[in-house]
Design a protein around this ligand. Structure first.
Ligand code: NAP
Length: 305
């Protein structure tokens, strides 16, 4: 029997996954945080997804965290700082052997969740797809990409990957999900905070080559100390490639800050600095960057964690 997907967090990425699973005929429910959000959702008539300029409305069923039905497969699409608390609200419904898919960027939230719900099989996902909300429950699929799925201690892919194929969700199973997440974290640490502090598009960072070089060296040392040597390889070259390929874009952190949204800094730069401390690495430039970014966020009335 096909297992029902419960999607916790119907924002950009959660909405993108939910719309594609729903139109492929998968049993699916989205879980909204409170009755007010559920009423907003019903007023919107469902989830709308815009792809290649075409918009479709999908009446995905929705429910509250305290609904009665047990949850066997939970896709968590909240921000990293909300994920654990959001799962706690539905945790009494998690059935034996449940699966939790974690779409969060960065690191830290996934490990905390896996430790808190050891009875569940926690699958970590590193996504390079791009989506944004143009209004509540109106999602725009803005960038093609890949979803890497894996578990730190479990090597076998689950049988339900076929459902992602049917839903047209690009994905691959990897035995090195931590490597993927660390690599993405490192790219983010080298690029995103600087775009915020210099208030610039990605391409403008090329005039700060020396600083990028130092940051990449420190990140490489941290990754290596964390047994992530593969994720460290060719980091600076990739940072430069990404900067050139996305020269006209504003980074996601820049967009968050300019729109007054909380960043996921604790799970990105904060994690890199924490790992440096754990391994006795000075990482002077990264710590300086973290401090400057936190000061900047404070000054702009945004949470610095
Ligand atoms: P988002 O658009 O802000 O969506 C997050 C959603 O979580 C919101 O709809 C929010 O509900 C919901 N939520 C928070 N707490 C909840 C709770 N207790 N119960 C139910 N729902 C709750 O964020 P996003 O851009 O999709 O990002 C999600 C994660 O994916 C992040 O870690 C991000 O870094 C990662 N990611 C995103 C993209 C992308 O292109 N968007 C790409 C790669 C990775 P409300 O609407 O009620 O606030």
């Amino acid at each position: 029997m096909t297992v029902t997907w419960h999607v916790l967090g119907a924002g950009s990425l959660g909405g993108l996954w939910a719309a594609r699973l729903f139109r492929a005929g998968m049993p699916l429910r989205i879980v909204l945080r409170n009755p007010g959000r559920l009423a907003d959702y019903h007023a919107a008539g469902g989830l709308s997804l815009t792809e290649d300029g075409m918009t479709n409305l999908y009446p995905v069923p929705a429910e509250l965290p305290d609904a009665a039905a047990p949850i066997r497969r939970l896709l968590v699409a909240c921000k990293a700082y909300d994920a654990e608390a959001a799962i706690a609200e539905v945790a009494p419904r998690l059935s034996n052997g449940s699966e939790i898919l974690l779409l969060q960027n960065g690191l830290g939230s996934q490990q905390a969740i896996a430790a808190r719900w050891p009875e569940s099989r926690c699958v970590f996902v590193s996504s390079t797809e791009g989506a944004y909300r143009q209004a509540d429950f109106q999602i725009v699929h803005a960038g093609q990409g890949q979803n890497w799925l894996g578990e730190p201690n479990h090597r076998n892919p689950p049988p339900w990957l076929d459902e992602l194929v049917a839903a047209g969700i690009p994905h691959d199973w990897t035995a090195d999900i931590l490597g993927k997440l660390w690599r993405k974290l490192a790219l983010n640490c080298a690029i995103n905070p600087l775009t915020v502090l210099h208030d610039c598009r990605n391409g403008e960072l090329l005039i700060h080559r020396e600083q990028l070089h130092t940051l990449c060296n420190e990140l490489r040392e941290i990754l290596t100390a964390c047994n992530q040597g593969d994720a460290a390889r060719g980091l600076e070259e990739e940072v430069l490639r990404v900067i050139e390929a996305t020269a006209n874009n504003y980074s996601s952190m820049h967009q968050d800050v300019r729109s007054g949204r909380r960043t996921e800094i604790s799970f990105l730069l904060g994690q890199a600095c924490q790992a440096a401390r754990q391994h006795g690495l000075a990482a002077v430039e990264l710590h300086k960057l973290l401090e400057q970014l936190q000061t900047f966020l404070h000054r702009h009335g945004l949470p610095a964690d």
